[in-house]
Ligand binder design. Structure first.
Ligand code: TSX
Ligand code: MN
Length: 654
């Protein structure tokens, strides 16, 4: 395989000497990998091809090269050793769900909740876009592992990209390196992930700080039947770091269904009681519920210890003993910056003290970063996410505005934020002070099996109706709870949506690689693939209940440990619960309120069945299923039956 390569003599040298064969430099002999790479070298026509090795030096070299190119700013503050700041293009700031596709042969396989196009057609469109798309750029080949190497749940991938930003982020978020290539050489399978920012450079054309393509050319495509990912036009987050949402959730969920395991949008945590009892739990919440905060939470109960295995994704497999075991396939945290503070999540903040990439946050004059609700006073002056100057607010030292001396009210009214609301930190997991190092390495009792899961939590932002905690009566009921998860809409373009529930089943709505009706069925069948007596207990939690005055009734954060304690006691069979039509609720006396100023009356209210509210809830859920045509007829009957069973139970209540 021969590719055009610029002559080594000098940049821009016009000599037409035959370039060296890339094959000589290709550090693998795997035929599938070579054929795949060479096919796209030919199509995308990069100036250079670079195989990533995943070393620390490589990471730093690429970061420094990006500084030299004006694509990164090196932070100089002493608490930001080897940290960098990137600013994205204003049009490329988040995942683009409208441009994300599940391209299976049949539309019914993608279901009503995914964009779908015929794979042959979509591939033709995309090949057109990829043609020559890497001209003037380097093609990077990133061999990566999702999960600890050597763990049986781990899977491998290779991402082709023309974005050095993607390379250095992938090197934090996944395990990149020669070891992976060795495994592929020995015959291990891999998921091919093709990515381009879609912005070729003409000869001599100067690059921009954040190259990307316009919205109508952006495509994030999963081909579940081929197990391939094709992404074009965006350099941001889940659109471009293909190991995360595209592979570890969308493609992995289809592999998991085929192979009898689960790929879930869940944090994994380890809880140790004062007596030394250990329990691992997973939890799935829709966005903006503080999943990363719970994953790293500091318990506010004496003697309880919480450690983090993962904050976003869990791959879960039945073990030899019939229990479910989980690994975190990721290697870092790609966290939303605004709101992350000493109060909300000190462990996340501490994770960002070295080797971290910040995107779209504020640059301060002392070479540090800042964002809204960081719990840190704003600098007098800074540079906002768009690269414009920003200034501390006149009447609130914790806000910044686009002009000197602006009031909080003025800034709010113009909708200005200095750090983008989806600005991010990319931090290595090993930086987290409360990382469960064994669990993170996929070890339990020294064995590479993942951690055994005792409880699975679902939740949402529900200001009314939903109790603080509610235990499912059985697995099917738990699956029903997950399927019903969602958050109340607080802001919407169409105001009649406000107050309605936006359903996000298992927090997987944007991340399931196939029809969600089939996904629910897969969940139900997990009961048959495991020892039913050892299945995790399922709970629905709600930290976000509000009283009549609109105040939060539960303090949340570290006080959530009181709920987790009750969950542990239920797992251990040490505490009775109240059986109700909606599930098992705690006796208010069984929630430990030591050192907490929640009144018994409030707690009682948080743990009562709101009959009218629940009747409305079930009606809303049924209407949502109907609007989705019962997932094109794939909604398992067991879930409809469960809805009716709860409805009947409520009807019989006094
Ligand atoms: O992350 C949150 N958690 C989980 C923490 C482990 N948040 C933030 C959500 C946005 C990402 C919460 N917000 C939680 C919570 O448990 N609870 C709330 C609501 C709340 C907000 C403020 C207060 C109490 C509850 N109290 C005061 O501000 C004093
Ligand atoms: Mn997520």
């Amino acid at each position: 395989m021969v590719t055009k390569k610029t002559c080594k003599k000098a940049a821009g040298c016009a000599c037409k000497k035959a370039a060296p064969a890339v094959a000589e430099k290709q550090p693998t002999k795997n035929a599938k990998l070579l054929a795949w790479v060479n096919q796209y070298v030919k199509l995308c026509q990069p100036d250079n091809v670079y195989w990533c090795t995943g070393t620390k030096k490589e990471w730093k070299d690429i970061c420094e090269q990006m500084v030299a190119n004006g694509q990164f700013i090196k932070l100089t503050s002493k608490n930001r050793k080897d940290c960098y700041l990137a600013r994205s293009h204003e049009s490329d700031v988040a995942r683009v769900e409208g441009r994300t596709y599940i391209s299976s042969k049949e539309k019914v396989e993608a279901g009503p909740t995914n964009n779908w196009e015929d794979p042959a057609q979509l591939k033709e469109t995309l090949r057109g876009l990829y043609k020559g798309c890497m001209k003037g750029r380097t093609m990077y080949i990133i061999p990566f592992a999702m999960g600890p190497l050597g763990n049986p749940i781990t899977k491998l991938g290779v991402e082709i990209t023309d974005s050095p930003y993607v390379v250095v982020n992938m090197e934090i978020m996944t395990r990149v390196g020669t070891q992976v290539l060795k495994a592929i050489d020995k015959g291990a399978d891999f998921v091919p992930c093709l990515h381009s920012v879609g912005a070729p450079l003409k000869k001599g054309q100067k690059d921009v700080a954040w190259p990307c393509a316009p919205m109508e050319k952006k495509y994030i495509v999963q081909f579940p039947e081929d197990g391939e990912i094709w992404s074009f036009g965006s350099g941001y987050g889940g659109n471009a770091l293909l190991g995360k949402k595209c592979f570890a959730l969308r493609i992995a969920s289809t592999l998991a269904r085929r192979e009898g395991w689960m790929a879930e949008h869940m944090l994994i945590l380890k809880l140790t009681s004062p007596e030394g009892h250990v329990h691992y739990m997973t939890a799935a919440f829709p966005s903006a519920c503080g999943k990363t905060n719970l994953a790293m939470m500091q318990p506010r109960l004496e003697g309880w210890k919480l450690e983090t295995v993962g904050d976003d994704i869990a791959w879960i497999k039945p073990g030899k003993d019939g229990r479910l075991y989980a690994i975190n396939p990721e290697n870092g945290f790609f966290g939303v910056a605004p709101g992350t503070s000493k109060d909300s999540n000190p462990n996340a903040l501490d994770s960002c003290n070295k080797n971290t990439i910040f995107t779209n946050v504020v640059l301060t004059p002392d070479g540090d970063i800042w964002w809204e609700d960081m719990g840190v006073k704003a600098p007098k002056e800074g540079v906002d996410w768009k690269g414009n100057p920003c200034y501390v607010c006149a009447d609130d030292p914790y806000r910044m505005g686009p002009k000197p001396g602006m009031t909080k009210k003025e800034i709010k009214e113009m909708g200005y934020v200095a750090a983008h609301k989806n600005s991010r930190f990319t931090a290595p997991a090993v930086n987290c002070p409360v990382l469960d190092k064994d669990g993170f390495e996929g070890l339990f009792d020294g064995e590479p099996v993942g951690v055994p899961i005792d409880a699975m939590l679902f939740g949402g932002r529900r200001p009314s109706t939903i109790p603080l905690v509610n235990q499912a009566k059985d697995w099917t009921h738990g699956v029903f709870m997950g399927a019903a998860a969602g958050s109340e809409i607080t802001a919407a373009v169409i105001s009649d949506k406000i107050g309605q529930v936006r359903r996000d089943p298992m927090a997987m709505l944007p991340f399931c690689g196939y029809n969600m009706g089939d996904y629910f069925m897969h969940w139900l069948t997990m009961a048959l693939r495991t020892d039913a007596t050892k299945l995790p207990k399922i709970f629905f939690v709600n930290w976000f209940r509000k009283d009549a005055d609109g105040n939060f009734m539960w303090p949340g954060y570290g006080d959530n440990s009181r709920v987790l304690k009750w969950i542990c006691e239920r797992i251990e069979g040490n505490v009775e619960a109240v059986e109700t039509p909606i599930g098992f609720l705690p006796n208010p006396d069984d929630i430990d309120l030591t050192g907490c100023d929640v009144s018994k009356k409030t707690l009682k209210e948080l743990l009562t069945v709101d009959k009218a509210g629940w009747e409305k809830e079930l009606e809303g859920l049924g209407a949502d299923w109907a609007a989705k045509e019962d997932f094109y007829g794939r909604l398992p009957y067991a879930l409809k039956a469960k809805l009716n069973e709860i409805k009947d139970g409520l009807a019989k209540m006094k």
